[in-house]
Design a protein around this ligand. Structure first.
Ligand code: C2E
Ligand code: CA
Ligand code: CA
Length: 669
């Protein structure tokens, strides 16, 4: 039987992301043998990238690699292939991502279609060039247009019949002074190809340009409009620095502002401001109202901005204001200015208003400390002190506040070290189908055995990580390790359990985090249908529309969205209708009422029915007793997680217990 690859009527080569050749067709093999090409370019196990590596053609290697890794969909390009006898064979190459049955992972299929460049008029090359995604034109040795393809016309907004025969400098205004022209001249005299990215003012667009000198004289020029991707990059940078809801600088940006001042040895003061009653507002009204209130307060804080005053939003309802030097009485005055903002009611519509108050903690650089980490946590500490007083209040940091700060800052600084010996790791807890006693999934739970202070509960260090802005790197670090493990188990044991991941409320708003998360999934090639994100039913979740967008992005990729601790939050019902939810995890609090409280039992049954009626799966969490299992099974909830079945455990223990001996996937009940 002819294999599929031999049926392709072009030269065809399958390579992995490092260029290793996995398959080639007969056609390519024959071509290579005929031209005495190095076997490394056509035998299985050889490396297709050698031809590029030897000639420094990094771009070709990189593009093929990206297609193999599915970071790019498909790519085509015409490129010169130097034969051992010195002749050049031009190939029109087309590269596509490919899924192989054998589980080789990421691979690309490369088609090479031989073309002749100097007979572009009627040859097949012309039709290739015409249909090519890139723009292309050929210039003679006087830099006059010989040819331009259709896409070239489109991209440059020009008709080829108007330019053929004309000099490139006459066709484009300002060309003679541009980098394009300079590069062309160099390529023409040096006979060396070049690649560059450049902005062309008259069209207002960015281009990626590849210039190849032609043996007979002249240049072949390929170009692509990359304006969109450059603008995206800019936007992403902005996203990384500005808070999307309020437009204020975010935590990262504010840290950099402080770092700059420290580097310049300037004195300054930070005001750590926390709103007191956002939770109530979100639970009484819709989260959109909460968003409006945050925007309103942000707008008013922004009015304080000036030469020496910067305002940013750290996370949720926390703001940071940086004030450049001021004698201590002025510091009070500024705090009083802040107080004025909170005297006014905030109108949420024409006939309703709410009263917001805030607590503010203040610390000074370098008076209180010379470390930026300490400065912020001292200010936060002072804010916590201020919270003890009703209404708007502020407090200056005092050294007595520092004692309780010690453990906090050890944990906070420890979170910046994600190395092997940091002691940060994760456990897996099985999720069981109670009807069959089979494992269905696992939940990843963070663990930390700190080298100095020993075990720290995830509740404690996750909260600190959220506040200090390290939760994104921490989560991604754990996911990277988890995904590495799951990939290995997929190869070894045909792993098909779902994997539940806890996503902090602090991350739910961040498009940047989700982009990194999706990239990581792609990198490890984890099938999205195995993944589940768990979000807690807390007010923070209701903060912004970005949460909705991020969760929708998960769902559209096939990742399941689960609500954690269901029933302990503030407004179960509005939740289920506001967000795209696939699954709810009933909190252990409800399970403890089974056999104790008839009303709670009735509520539990109605929660299960409600979930089913909106096509949500239900899992009961923290199952500890037989009565709980019996009751839940009787009422159609059969997915369980809890000590009754197993505790969270190290991955190697999980492997031993549930993967190595397939029979033990069935628990003995
Ligand atoms: P959670 O997401 O509700 O996780 C379930 C918690 O219940 C875990 O506590 C688990 O050990 C515990 N548990 C499981 N079965 C039973 C049982 O039968 N009885 C009782 N009493 N408890 C049971 P753990 O591991 O201490 O985690 C606490 C919380 O910390 C988690 O609650 C979650 O909110 C957070 N957390 C843990 N890892 C991460 C993480 O990687 N990222 C984020 N954002 N949060 C995490
Ligand atoms: Ca959870
Ligand atoms: Ca939970």
């Amino acid at each position: 039987m002819r294999s599929w690859i031999n049926m392709i009527e072009e030269n065809a080569i399958v390579v992995d992301s490092s260029g290793r050749i996995l398959q080639v067709n007969k056609r390519w093999e024959i071509f290579c043998r005929e031209h005495k090409i190095d076997p490394d370019l056509y035998v299985v196990g050889g490396n297709f990238f050698n031809q590029f590596r030897d000639r420094g053609r990094i771009r070709e290697m990189e593009t093929i690699r990206q297609v193999a890794l599915r970071q790019m969909h498909e790519y085509s390009q015409v490129y010169p292939f130097t034969l051992p006898d010195g002749d050049v064979q031009w190939f029109s190459a087309k590269v596509k991502s490919l899924e192989l049955d054998g589980g080789e992972g990421a691979v690309a299929l490369v088609y090479l279609h031989a073309v002749t460049l100097d007979t572009v008029e009627q040859s097949t090359a012309e039709s290739v060039l015409e249909t090519m995604g890139d723009g292309f034109y050929q210039l003679d040795s006087q830099l006059r247009f010989v040819y331009m393809n259709l896409n070239g016309e489109k991209i440059l907004e020009i008709k080829r019949r108007d330019v053929i025969g004309r000099k490139v400098t006459n066709a484009f205004p300002g060309f003679e002074e541009s980098r394009f022209f300079a590069e062309y001249k160099i390529a023409l005299t040096s006979k060396e190809e070049c690649f560059f990215e450049e902005y062309y003012e008259p069209l207002g667009r960015w281009f990626h340009v590849s210039v190849y000198p032609i043996t007979e004289g002249g240049l072949a020029v390929y170009f692509r409009d990359i304006t969109a991707s450059i603008e995206n990059e800019k936007k992403l940078k902005e996203l990384a620095y500005y808070d999307s809801l309020t437009g204020l600088p975010n935590r990262q940006k504010m840290l950099e502002v402080c770092q700059e001042l420290i580097a310049k040895e300037k004195k300054f003061t930070v005001y750590f401001l926390n709103l007191d009653n956002m939770k109530t507002i979100n639970s009484i009204y819709h989260y959109k109202i909460g968003d409006e209130v945050l925007k309103n307060i942000s707008g008013q804080l922004r009015l304080l901005e000036g030469d020496k005053i910067q305002v940013g939003r750290l996370v949720g309802d926390e703001f940071l204001i940086v004030l450049q030097p001021a004698p201590s009485d002025k510091l009070h005055l500024f705090a009083e200015k802040l107080e004025k903002i909170f005297e006014e009611q905030v109108w949420i519509n024409d006939f309703q208003s709410v009263h917001i108050t805030a607590s503010v903690g203040i610390s000074c650089f370098p008076y209180d400390t010379t470390s930026l980490d300490n400065l912020l946590s001292f200010a936060e500490n002072a804010m916590t002190e201020a919270k003890k007083l009703p209404g708007f209040s502020y407090a200056f940091f005092r050294p007595q506040m520092r004692v309780s700060q010690n453990r906090h800052s050890i944990i906070e600084s420890g979170l910046r070290d994600l190395s092997e010996d940091s002691g940060i790791h994760y456990h897996l807890q099985p999720q069981i189908d109670g009807a069959t006693n089979e494992v269905k999934g696992v939940e990843m739970l963070a663990r930390w055995n700190h080298p100095e202070i020993g075990f720290i509960s995830p509740e404690e260090f996750i909260a600190i990580s959220e506040r200090s802005g390290t939760i994104a790197p921490l989560t991604l670090h754990l996911l990277d390790r988890l995904f590495t493990q799951i990939s290995e188990w997929r190869r070894r044991y045909a792993w098909d359990f779902t994997v539940a991941i806890n996503i902090s409320p602090a991350l739910l708003e961040s498009p940047v985090f989700f982009r990194n998360f999706f990239d990581l999934i792609d990198l490890h090639q984890i099938p999205t249908k195995l993944l589940e994100v768990e979000v807690t039913e807390q007010v923070e979740l209701a903060y912004s529309e970005h949460v909705l967008e991020n969760l929708q992005a998960c769902q559209s990729k096939g990742i399941c969205v689960a609500i954690d601790d269901f029933g302990t939050g503030f407004s179960m019902l509005s939740y289920l209708t506001s967000f795209p939810i696939d699954k709810i995890k009933i909190d252990k609090f409800f399970l403890r009422q089974i056999g104790e409280d008839k009303k709670a039992e009735a509520l539990l049954i109605s929660i299960i029915n409600l979930a089913k009626s909106i096509e949500c799966d239900v899992l009961a969490e923290g199952v500890e007793r037989q009565v709980e299992v019996d009751f839940l099974l009787k009422h159609q909830c059969s997915l369980f997680q809890g000590y009754f079945y197993d505790k969270p455990m190290l991955p190697n223990l999980f492997e031993e217990k549930y993967l190595e001996a397939p029979k033990s996937r069935m628990l003995n009940s």
